[in-house]
Design a protein around this ligand. Structure first.
Ligand code: AMP
Length: 267
């Protein structure tokens, strides 16, 4: 869809001595650029580790085709044990078509740090679903999904619905937007994610058909390891087309599709 009022992509990247600390981004109308820029700057400055460099990019999306898509349906899974949650997450990824051995190696990879020196990557791993081959061109940086946000009309209702379901943390809203865009990338069949923030244990698996399945404990508290793995089909996969969509195609999320809770004791 072509917007009547031009929209802008506002992106923040903060680092210390060249090391990435935080990043965030929005897609907003011209009159909100100031407000959103200062929100993103404050967010960079409120991290425990203070950055020595904050880069703010403001880019016009005038004339660009902007897709509007509904958010993936959200399911929250009650399993509170990391081991059991991972068994259930693995099962969902297998149902999406990822080989069980590949799921195991992806979980191990995020646990030990997917960047070459065993550190956390800035972006995501792209992994083939049957052979577990890594395809991202730079294993330090990974692929950074960008140019995605909630539409102006959907943002506040989404806040309300997520908060009413006990999912009011800003991270959930941002992750749901990212996962929704990722699920529509050409060739991507599923995603695995948990945060590298030692204090944030939640994670999710997501796919276009199964939606966004959130686990409150997908890693142990205190672990600084986290990341994202995008599983892709092997046949006819065009890495350039996929990365181009993930990094550059502007996508607005038009609203929440549904939120359900799944109470299970065992996977
Ligand atoms: P976070 O949930 O922000 O803690 O991110 C968890 C991990 O996901 C990070 O360590 C990165 O490896 C990866 N990541 C974060 N943001 C993005 C993004 N925009 N695109 C791709 N990967 C990301």
């Amino acid at each position: 869809m072509i917007q009547k009022q031009p929209l802008y992509s506002v992106r923040m990247r903060a680092s210390l001595e060249g090391r990435h600390i935080s990043g965030a981004e929005r897609i907003v109308s011209r009159d909100r650029i100031d407000e959103v820029s200062s929100q993103l700057r404050n967010r960079a400055l409120s991290r425990l580790t203070e950055p020595d460099r904050i880069v703010l990019t403001i880019e016009s999306l005038a004339g660009r085709r902007i897709s509007e898509v509904p958010a993936l349906a959200v399911t929250t899974c009650s399993l509170q044990d990391v081991g059991l949650a991972r068994v259930q997450a693995a099962r969902i990824l297998e149902q999406a078509g990822v080989d069980p051995g590949v799921v195991r190696s992806a979980i191990d990879l995020l646990d030990r740090g997917a960047a070459p020196r065993g550190t956390v990557m800035r972006g995501a791993v792209i992994m083939t679903a049957h052979t577990g081959k890594r395809l991202e061109p730079d294993q330090e940086r990974g692929v950074r999904v960008s140019r995605v946000d909630w539409s102006q009309e959907s943002s506040i209702p989404a806040d309300r619905k997520l908060a009413a379901a006990g999912l009011g943390h800003y991270r959930t809203k941002e992750a749901l937007a990212l996962a929704t865009k990722i699920s529509r990338a050409p060739g991507v069949i599923a995603e695995l994610c948990w945060s590298d923030d030692p204090g944030y244990t939640a994670g999710y698996v997501a796919s276009r058909s199964q939606g966004y399945v959130r686990f409150p404990m997908l890693k142990r508290r205190g672990s600084p390891m986290g990341g994202r793995v995008f599983f892709v089909r092997e046949a006819d996969f065009d890495i350039h087309e996929c990365i181009d969509y993930l990094e550059r195609a502007p996508v607005l999320i038009s609203g929440i599709s549904g939120i359900t809770h799944e109470h299970i004791d065992h996977p």
